[in-house]
Design a protein around this ligand. Sequence first.
Ligand SMILES: NC(=O)c1ccc[n+]([C@@H]2O[C@H](COP(=O)([O-])OP(=O)(O)OC[C@H]3O[C@@H](n4cnc5c(N)ncnc54)[C@H](OP(=O)(O)O)[C@@H]3O)[C@@H](O)[C@H]2O)c1
Length: 241
Amino acid sequence: MRVLVTGGAEELGRAFCEVLGAQGHQLVITGRDEHALDLAEADFRAKGVDVETHVADLGDPHATGKLIESLGNLDVLVNNGALGGPVGPTWEVDESDWWHTFEVNLRGTAFAANAAIRTMSSGRIIDVISNAGVHRWPYVTAYSVSKAAVIKLTENLAIELKHLPIAVLSYDPGMVDIGLMRRGADMESQDPHQQRVSKWARSQRAAGRFTPVEQSADLLARIVSGEFDHLSGGLITPASG
Ligand SMILES: NC(=O)c1ccc[n+]([C@@H]2O[C@H](COP(=O)([O-])OP(=O)(O)OC[C@H]3O[C@@H](n4cnc5c(N)ncnc54)[C@H](OP(=O)(O)O)[C@@H]3O)[C@@H](O)[C@H]2O)c1
């Protein structure tokens, strides 16, 4: 299958791509960082993976959609790219940073999905969400609320797509010791709010509540395969596996 993974050059998105590439899927990887994309492309090609990479900033409302429309025949879109957003009391953080998080996490996801739906004949869209979109995550509200909105977007799109062979699923990969979560846990800051978030992340790790990255990526690959299409609109979590 031809699978586009936004933000797939590094961290969790890269772990997803590693499994998908090893399973023989054709990969299209996007992100902002051209150098990271080039390195990922060279690495995947060396492993014999059919891959192409494109710079596409999810903060640009049309960049990813235009790319998707130009590609045609995509089977799966994995809306993985996202920002962690600002940390602190909601009324104190920079409002532009707060709103930009929605532009990337919500609008970026929605507009990429729209383009995929307009061009796909069948397949699936997988919206990578977070526990933060299900439960309250105070002091990280741009991230939490934008992910909550994506869960609702997924639910609504699934109903609108009932007459088409396109499934839409939210995927919570669990708390994984990589990317955003690892940076959050290992963050060293004098800021009391960042310290609070960091302390909480470390406590989750110490309590064994993190999901191994391999498990998280394997479950994503099963969703990509279509195994969970009958649950379109729903939320898949490591507990679903
Ligand atoms: N790590 C976890 O434990 C965890 C837990 C739950 C959910 N998640 C979700 O999993 C996904 C990946 O998280 P992560 O931990 O790997 O985060 P990360 O380390 O911050 O990586 C985010 C990825 O998104 C891309 N990205 C960010 N802003 C972008 C933009 N404006 N346009 C295009 N790409 C953009 C980045 O690539 P560029 O810098 O090249 O743009 C990067 O590849 C996110 O949706 C996150 O919410 C992660």
